[in-house]
Design a protein around this ligand. Structure first.
Ligand code: FAD
Length: 369
């Protein structure tokens, strides 16, 4: 007997968990299926920390980030764990990019301050500043681990069903429904949401006009502060962009943005890539004097990015797609979850900027983190 649902969510990582959360809280019968167990480390949503910020150079993302941050704080207030830590965010680097970020903030009336290098050093002695910095005080860190738990536990409490360690092997549209086949059974939904991240191309496979999704393996390092001091989230925007944020365990997570090799999500190795690793440690030695230079830990994670670093959120027939979140999607999960749930249940996103067919909006790669 094939179980039937209003919506079947394929891939219950960050985007899938947020979509399942929004569907269940609005009374829809939802099944979410993921091939790995909870908190697996093969995709893009594992670990304990992600930057959440408003300061983007693109008004589309500023508006989405404002809505999402409001929803993160709401979710945070509804659970025991601390999901959001507000620590402020500084942007440094190429002046034209900083100006662009300032314009994005001005557009949305997001307050920010310019700090000259001396003022920046006084505010954040653990960081090196060789130019002015843009400080936005609402920025902070989301605890990715507890955020996924919050989405899933709230969804299950609202009646959602979540299957783990079950691989979807086929999705086919029927006249009045969608059939989803797995290595353990088959299910039917009035519609399906595909949020399979790095595996998007394999799972969508002609069901919708998916733009090319590039999968890169990114690596990060964790450093111990030399002494107790406050660190903001930070992004240094140059030819190679670096970012960092304080972890819930008192370390500093630092990484290069979008410099990893293109990999196959099925077969990639989680080993550190020596050349970029050395470059990262070298950058930290010169730019983050507040930490011990030798990292105490590292991890790898996948970016699955669309051709222009914009997300892919759209529907074709009964198939809704939410992929291409790249290296900056986690902060948007609550709002993307809501939009994907609405699109899958018949409420279109009128000014959706992430359609399958869309023109380029902003060229610069390092603008999105
Ligand atoms: C190193 C790093 C740092 C980052 N830092 C930030 C940050 O500071 N701020 C920020 O906003 N964002 C950040 N991001 C980006 C963010 O983490 C991702 O955009 C987001 O987690 C993507 O979520 P997802 O749901 O698309 O992918 P995933 O969480 O990978 O979910 C895809 C799921 O699909 C499942 N799946 C695939 N195929 C199948 C199948 N056939 N059957 C069943 N299940 C299947 C997989 O098991 C997986 O769980 C960072 C990403 C990385 C890698």
């Amino acid at each position: 007997m094939t179980d039937s649902y209003d919506v079947v969510v394929v891939g219950c990582g960050g985007a899938g968990a947020a979509t399942t959360w929004w569907l269940a809280r609005n009374g829809f019968r939802v099944l979410a299926i993921d091939r790995f167990d909870a908190h697996h480390t093969r995709g893009s949503s594992h670990g304990r920390e992600r930057i959440v910020r408003l300061a983007y150079g693109d008004p589309v993302y500023v508006a989405l980030a404002q809505e999402s941050l409001r929803m993160w704080h709401e979710l945070d207030a509804s659970v025991d764990a601390t999901l959001v830590r507000t620590v402020g965010g500084v942007d440094t680097g190429f002046s034209d990019e900083l100006e662009q970020v300032a314009r994005g903030c001005d557009w949305a009336r997001v307050p920010y301050e310019w700090l000259d290098p001396d003022a920046a050093r006084r505010a954040f002695p653990g960081l090196h500043f060789d130019g002015r910095a843009l400080l936005q005080r609402d920025a902070g860190c989301v605890d990715a681990h507890f955020a996924l738990d919050a989405f899933e536990q709230s969804a299950v409490a609202d009646g959602a069903v979540i299957h783990r360690s079950e691989t979807v092997t086929g999705i086919s549209e029927q006249p009045a429904s969608v059939a989803v086949t797995t290595d353990r059974g088959s299910y039917r939904g009035d519609s399906v949401v595909v949020t399979t991240g790095a595996w998007a191309a394999a799972t969508i496979d002609g069901l919708a006009p998916l733009p090319p999704i590039t999968v890169t393996r990114e690596q990060v390092a964790f450093f111990r502060p030399r002494r107790a001091m406050s660190f903001p989230t930070f992004i240094d925007r140059r030819a190679t962009s670096y970012y960092g944020l304080p972890t819930p365990t008192g370390l500093l997570k630092i990484g290069e943005h979008y410099t990893g090799p293109v990999v196959d999500p099925e077969t990639y190795s989680a080993d550190v890539e020596p050349r970029t690793w050395r470059r990262l440690l070298d950058w930290v030695r010169h730019n983050v004097p507040g930490v011990e230079p030798e990292p105490v830990d590292h991890s790898t994670c996948l970016y699955a990015s669309g051709p222009d670093e914009d997300f892919v959120v759209d529907r074709q027939g009964r198939v809704t797609v939410g992929v291409g979140l790249g290296g900056h999607g986690f902060k948007f999960l609550p709002i993307l979850g809501r939009r994907l749930a609405e699109i899958a249940t018949g409420t279109p996103w009128t000014d959706n900027p992430f359609r399958f067919e869309r023109g380029p909006r902003l060229a610069a790669r390092s603008l999105h983190k």
